[in-house]
Design a protein around this ligand. Sequence first.
Ligand code: RRO
Length: 323
Amino acid sequence: MADLRTSLGRLQLPNPVLTASGCAAAGKELSQFFDVAELGGIVTKSIMLRPRSGRATPRMAETPSGMLNSIGLQGPGIDSFLAHDLPWLRERGARAVVSIAGRHTDEYVALAKRLYNHPVDLIEVNISCPNVESRGQVFACDPIAAGRVISAVRRAAHPNVPVFAKLSPDVTDIGLIARAVTDAGADGISLINTLLGMEIDLDTLQPALGGVTGGLSGPAVRPVALRCVWQVHQTVPHLPLLGMGGIMTGQDALRFLLAGASAVSVGTAVFHDPGAPVRILRELNAELDARGFSSVTDAIGFAHKSPQQQAALRTGVTHPVSV
Ligand code: RRO
């Protein structure tokens, strides 16, 4: 079977499948279905400085091949997270990727400082939540605001902990945002967050979500996510990417690796199949094997190579042979 090891910046992972932020708090809910240490890592729901109750209900709506959420950053806040959730993850031997969110740069910085002396494997800076009071708070839609948050978090966080920026697909040029956060010191990029959408309930003749708009996820967004990973890999080929968006199978995960992701996050799939991350990991292993990849690292970005380059890599011949 293939060598599944990969890395996200200086963080070494035993395999490339992680959970996605927001779909299972800090992982406890999933531990009745699989051992959380089996995955590459557990990505927590975005943590804020203070506890937050989130948006009005209803907070979820089904859509064709996907779902909308309008949670609004509900969570226990950093004190409770550090007292209960992070120790729980560490006791189980899981790698902890902590997603942080704030309303202003200062709040992100305060969160990075609170995490400084704790055993965190990676910080995912969520600058792309669609369920906030104003679009001005979606820092990932503006290269200058995005760069400002990431450079401040990079300075405040422990130097050994990689800082990833989580980007939104709801922009004209995602390469521009990727370049801005890279220049600001991001060690990697997570993509994509959900797309802004809405639904109308035909019984009530009202928006289906209490918050009116919400974030679209699931297989419906997979081609958008794959396109974003492809474009960002082309823009910053040296930067590790954590790819996500509608991954339901090992084949889906492989497509993200081929587009340039070093690892993938599985989110919406867990709502109907809580064991999906470990199933997808097993399937990915078989899919790599079936295509002759002896390691995950060989597959990363492979679709960017020409057919000739691909053939040369597979046969070990690195220059054209004249016939
Ligand atoms: O909490 C949410 O409503 C939420 C967040 Br923080 C996010 O990043 N993406 C999303 O779809 N929902």
